[in-house]
Design a protein around this ligand. Structure first.
Ligand SMILES: O=C(O)[C@H](CS(=O)(=O)O)OP(=O)(O)O
Ligand SMILES: [Mg+2]
Length: 231
């Protein structure tokens, strides 16, 4: 059974698989951080926790946003375009964002937890589908669209559901149109809001086949995103 849930502050029934979706922009950023060589991404539930991790590990990089804007004292913001300019080889990031990170921290009660934006959605969906044995009873699977009201993550959740079901509906093109038209996307197309880079949308709207999924595991009580190779 596939169920789509919208929001970042939920309580989900236990499940086999949770996929938490944040297209604009947290898990597009995470995807590009791994492409840039990051080793892992710690998920922080509060600013205090993020700064405490950094104090204990000064070589880690703080990344995230509040209301979409950079956080004073952080090393990186929530821009995928800027992440592609950073050399993150072997680095650990500490991520704190409004929707994606928050939704993931409220979705840890599944046997397997994945995160994705649109850029890695097809890879993630195909990987999950390939690992569900056809003979086994259908697993309970929650797709969490982390933006509480906007259509970007919901469109991507429906796209993933279509791949999992095998009917391919909605298509990638239909999904991209909805993401472009979503509430979260509008500020990136508004010249009156120069803090939001239009290039970010190019990264959020582009599918990249990079041969890995992003899996959330708990290490020493700390939720961490790690890359898992699929090829
Ligand atoms: O910075 C972002 O893209 C968002 C905040 S907003 O919805 O764009 O204001 O945070 P995220 O957790 O990446 O959805
Ligand atoms: Mg978002």
């Amino acid at each position: 059974m596939i169920q789509i849930v919208q929001g970042n502050n939920h309580r989900l029934a236990d499940a086999e698989i949770h996929v938490v979706i944040d297209v604009i922009r947290a898990f597009t950023v995470a995807h590009y951080a791994f492409i840039q060589g990051a080793q892992r991404i710690i998920l922080a539930g509060s600013l205090e926790e993020a700064f405490r991790f950094k104090r204990d590990h000064p070589d880690h990089l703080l990344a995230g946003e509040i209301k979409g804007l950079p956080i004073p004292g952080f090393d990186l913001d929530n821009s995928p375009a800027r992440i592609t300019q950073a050399n993150l080889a072997g680095k650990t990031l500490i991520q704190k964002t409004t929707n994606g990170v928050e939704a993931t921290l409220n979705s840890l009660n599944a046997k397997q937890v994945f995160v994705t934006g649109f850029s890695n959605a097809a890879t993630t969906a195909s990987w999950i589908k390939s690992r569900i044995p056809s003979a086994s009873p259908e697993p309970r699977l929650h797709l969490v669209a982390s933006h509480p009201t906007g259509d970007d993550d919901l469109a991507c959740a429906e796209y993933i559901a279509g791949i999992l079901r095998g009917d391919g509906s909605p298509t990638a093109a239909q999904t991209l149109e909805r993401i472009r038209g979503s509430e979260a996307a509008a500020k990136f197309f508004d010249p009156g809001q120069p803090a939001f880079l239009p290039e970010d949308m190019e990264f959020c709207l582009r599918e990249r086949s990079t041969g890995f999924v992003m899996k959330v595991v708990t290490r020493g009580g700390i939720p961490v995103i790690e890359r898992e190779e699929v090829n």
